[in-house]
Design a protein. Structure first.
Length: 534
């Protein structure tokens, strides 16, 4: 619905904005006839976040773009919905929203698991692994030797490559593996390689326990160690895993900086798995933190790409055409603290919404902002808008099935914020709720609270802590963009300056959004988009 009225509504008490219109669809209202699996399928299988049909998934791997398609590989165990011997699963999409699951890409040999890694399109056949017709796709991954792991030795992990001559559908492991031997580090994994246009070289970043290592190559087969970064810098509450490294333009300028994304587990912003980033310069050999950014890392301990509990192991796509020019990111929407226990069968885990990363500079300080890719907008089937709404106490924004809150994008601005607690709540008829909002004191923060969100008792790590993202002092205004998809909320605050991604499992869908504040709230430009993605 496009609103034709531009009402400024001032209500004190309970205000209903979009309540009681069309009947809610039968989605999720499973009867006793449905099997447990069917109910979970209806209730918990996301509409537009990628999930494998069955089996276990964790990290996104090897993403590249080629011939109009975004390829996504991922850590995959097809035989159970808990972690097991790792394969690379494969999916493709024309728009990163609608995915098609493809046959398995890489299989483990015996006890040699295929851990996380990356892939490039070797357009000039620098590897010599091409056939003179197709550009070979080269994947690099960590070969994790489960036999050696049992023997408790150090050199469990090494870097191997495989190549594909049919756009990533079938793969051959390289006979000359390993391309990087283990040099005496137990956690030595997750190589992310890419083409460094500035220094005309292939580069790779690798997680080595408590630091990241840089390598370079001319042919993707011989790798030369360059330097390392990160020992005693940033968050170190757990092992460093799944790094990424790329050059990016500062928005609206011709200045370029280098960004290092570094996942770690545990020790994330709100416990368990988390993703931090660093901004600096790279001379083709060594990464040096920008001095202002270094100050911020010292003050804040770490700068996080996402403050929610459920965005891990995220990295960016390779080979995005220059004409597009975006830096595109996707993460695993879960957390090792409870990922294997979440109540979904016969699959477990989804990816985050793909995000465009941009580097901005304010007061001499760089920040990496994230926003959902614009491709999501083409699935908007219905839009409702309200120019403004003001109220005190509890205000109902949507109720009664007017909007399908299991696939929606909600945007609004808050103005004239006071020193108050602004609590938004998604709720259902079973009395379950998910809350988020701003605690706007001098120690202001954003929060997500899933302690009443339905099924939470599968792990005491799931809902025991309210996730927080610190803001700086009392906020005067705020801009929210929220993506909902059955079991996930992704909050993009102030155009992606702060992001929180969390999952939840209500026993029936949320059908209402309300907000409460003690001193009153002013909402402007409320836009609620229903999505239709099936
Ligand atoms: C991160 C991670 C990686 C590893 C993979 C194994 O979630 O632990 O470091 O390569 O998962 O599945």
């Amino acid at each position: 619905m496009k609103s034709t009225k531009h009402l400024s509504l001032v209500f004190y008490g309970t205000l209903m904005l979009f309540a009681g219109f069309t009947p809610y669809s039968a989605m999720g209202q499973a009867t006793g006839v449905l099997k447990k699996e069917a109910t979970e399928e209806q209730l918990y299988r996301p509409n537009f976040h990628y999930t494998p049909k069955k089996g276990w998934m964790n990290d996104p791997n090897g993403m590249f773009y080629s011939n109009g398609k975004y390829h996504l590989f991922y850590q995959y165990y097809p035989n159970d919905n808990v972690w097991g011997p790792m394969h690379w699963g494969h999916a493709v999409s024309k728009d990163m929203i609608k995915w098609e699951e493809l046959p398995m890409a890489l299989y483990p040999d015996n006890q040699k698991y295929i851990f996380s890694g990356s892939a490039v399109v070797d357009t000039k056949n620098t590897s010599g692994l091409g056939n003179g017709k197709e550009a070979p796709i080269i994947a690099i991954y960590t070969m994790h030797d489960a036999d050696k792991e049992k023997q408790n030795v150090i050199d469990v992990e090494q870097q191997d490559i495989a190549y594909s001559l049919d756009e990533g559908i079938t793969w051959k492991k390289f006979e000359g593996n390993p391309v990087i031997k283990n040099s005496g580090i137990r956690d030595f994994r997750d190589p992310k390689m890419s083409w460094d246009e500035t220094h005309q070289q292939w580069i790779m970043i690798l997680a080595a326990q408590d630091r990241a290592q840089f390598y370079k190559s001319t042919n993707l087969k011989n790798w030369e160690y360059l330097s390392d970064f990160g020992k005693n810098i940033g968050a170190h509450g757990g092992v460093w895993e799944c790094p990424d490294f790329f050059q990016i333009k500062v928005q609206g300028t011709n200045e370029s900086k280098w960004v290092l994304i570094q996942n770690l587990n545990p020790g994330g912003a709100n416990g368990g798995s988390g993703v931090q980033y660093f901004v600096g310069d790279f001379d083709g050999k060594t990464f040096t933190l920008d001095p202002q950014f270094a100050k911020r890392v010292t003050e804040e301990n770490a700068v996080w790409l996402d403050y929610g509990k459920d965005n891990y192991a995220g990295v960016t796509w390779n080979n995005i055409p220059n004409a597009d020019g975006r830096r595109l990111f996707i993460g695993w929407m879960s957390n090792w603290a409870y990922a294997e226990k979440v109540p979904t069968t016969p699959w477990r885990s989804a990816t985050t919404i793909p995000r465009e990363l941009q580097l901005i500079k304010k007061a001499n300080d760089y920040s990496l902002i994230s926003n959902p890719v614009k491709e999501i907008n083409k699935y908007i089937s219905k839009t409702m808008t309200k120019k403004s709404a003001k109220g005190k106490g509890s205000l109902t924004l949507v109720e009664g099935g007017k909007v399908d809150l299991t696939q929606a994008i909600i945007e609004f601005n808050l103005k004239n914020l006071r020193q108050d607690n602004y609590i938004f709540m998604l709720s259902n008829k079973a009395g379950e709720s998910l809350s988020f909002g701003i605690n706007n004191s001098s120690d202001s923060y954003l929060f997500v609270d899933r302690s009443k969100s339905g099924r939470i008792d599968f792990s005491d790590k799931f809902a025991s802590v309210i996730s927080k993202a610190n803001l700086k002092g009392i906020q005067k205004e705020a801009v929210f963009k929220i993506i909902l998809d059955k079991t996930s909320i992704e909050i993009f605050y102030n155009n992606g300056e702060k992001v929180m991604t969390e999952i939840f499992f209500p026993t029936q869908p949320f059908t209402k959004i309300s907000v409460s504040s003690n001193q009153g709230i002013e909402i402007y430009n409320l836009v609620i988009n229903d999505l239709s993605i099936k």
